[in-house]
Design a protein around this ligand. Structure first.
Ligand SMILES: [Zn+2]
Ligand SMILES: [Zn+2]
Length: 369
């Protein structure tokens, strides 16, 4: 290298370091800090959550993919369905409210909540999500749908949050935060006909915001009735299983759906945890691990349902125990490829599926919470 070139490079390096140092020092000046911060906030508020509502596709976002086992990267049960400028939540598990807030999905566009059943990992954040919706300007009582039992659940949350609502109304004024809009309104979805041994009843289709929503009975005894929900919009469809053991009537419910979001529990991993519990004398864990095998579905069972229903994409959620490393992931899905080798994904918080109207396209991306 020539002497001149080397000298030029050294000078350029020194100049660059000087610029970086100067820019860094600028960030120590209060007025510059304020300006940078304001620019970020303004940009954030301008962008908002428009990507979710900018088109008329049916979209599905996993807002919680864990069962009750704690996982640092997963909230508990929550699926958001977007259509026609609104979104609908199927379950509001603990941690899901935080995910929704991080994605700026709060109140104004929230159409309704649908609860599959009332285990705590499906309802824990209902109060938080409703409060955020109210603060964000949701116009009226948030509708919460579910099977028989939804009314006392909603009433209980309303009661638990009543004092919080008083504080906020006093602070901000009832003009901006009308108390009447703060409480949730429960609606019971009934299944048609008398109970059957096969547990294959369904509700009358509900027309809401341009969508057709139908509840289907699943088998999650002793939690009963437990529901799956199917959403149909402009020729596209998603079915969400809720919690269920292997339940063949789900085939008819999900038939022809583009996407089946199905719960999954690795019975093999649960049995291994149960064995370890027995070995270490943990009778409580031993018993619980034994019990839960009776009312959840293995990934292979879910794949059988998806195959028979001829869905385009099977998405596993409510992962129990959540596979958090390559070893447990491999064990969780062991043997699955022999039943369904393609067109399935293991859900994560942020799995985002787009279904353009009247097409066969299924677009899968992942959003960061
Ligand atoms: Zn559950
Ligand atoms: Zn459950």
């Amino acid at each position: 290298m020539k002497q001149n070139t080397r000298r030029w490079l050294v000078r350029a390096g020194v100049a660059l370091a000087g610029i970086i140092l100067a820019a860094g020092s600028m960030l120590l000046i209060p007025a510059v800090q304020d300006r940078v911060f304001t620019l970020f906030v303004t940009q954030h508020l301008r962008t908002g959550n428009t990507p979710f509502f900018k088109d008329d596709n049916l979209k599905v976002l996993l807002c919680g993919t864990s069962a009750p086992f704690a996982d640092p990267n997963r909230a508990q049960s929550c699926v958001a369905v977007f259509a026609n400028g609104k979104y609908y939540l199927v379950d509001t598990g603990p941690g899901s409210g935080r995910n929704l807030a991080l994605w700026q999905l709060r109140g104004r566009e929230l159409g309704a909540v649908f609860l599959t059943h009332f285990h705590s990992d499906h309802i824990g954040d209902l109060g938080e999500i409703n409060t955020n919706a109210w603060l964000d300007g949701h116009p009226g009582p948030l509708p919460v749908y579910g099977g028989p039992g939804v009314e006392p659940v909603v009433q209980g949350f309303n009661q638990a949050y009543a004092q919080d609502e008083d504080y906020r109304t006093v602070n901000t004024g009832s003009g901006l935060l009308p108390p009447a809009a703060a409480t949730m309104r429960a609606t019971t979805i009934s299944l048609a006909g008398p109970p059957t041994p096969r547990m294959n009843r369904r509700s009358a289709p509900l027309q809401l915001g341009g969508l057709t929503i139908t509840a289907f009975e699943v088998n999650h005894k002793p939690a009963a009735p437990a529901y799956a929900y199917r959403f149909d919009y402009r020729g596209r469809s998603v079915t969400i299983s809720g919690d269920t053991r292997y339940h063949p009537p789900l085939v008819a419910a999900a038939r022809g759906s583009d996407v089946l979001v199905h719960e999954a529990q690795s019975q093999h991993l649960v049995r291994l945890i149960q064995e370890s519990a027995a070995t270490t004398g943990n009778a409580r864990l031993d018993r619980i691990m034994g019990d839960i095998q009776a009312y959840h579905a293995d990934p292979i069972d879910a794949a059988r349902i998806a195959n028979a229903a001829q869905v385009r994409l099977l998405v596993f959620t409510h992962l129990n125990p959540p596979p958090s490393n390559p070893l447990t992931y491999s064990m969780f899905y062991r043997g699955l490829n022999r039943v369904r080798s393609t067109d399935w994904i293991s859900g994560v918080d942020g799995t985002f599926i787009t279904l353009p109207p009247d097409s066969k396209e299924v677009i899968v991306t992942t959003l960061k919470p």
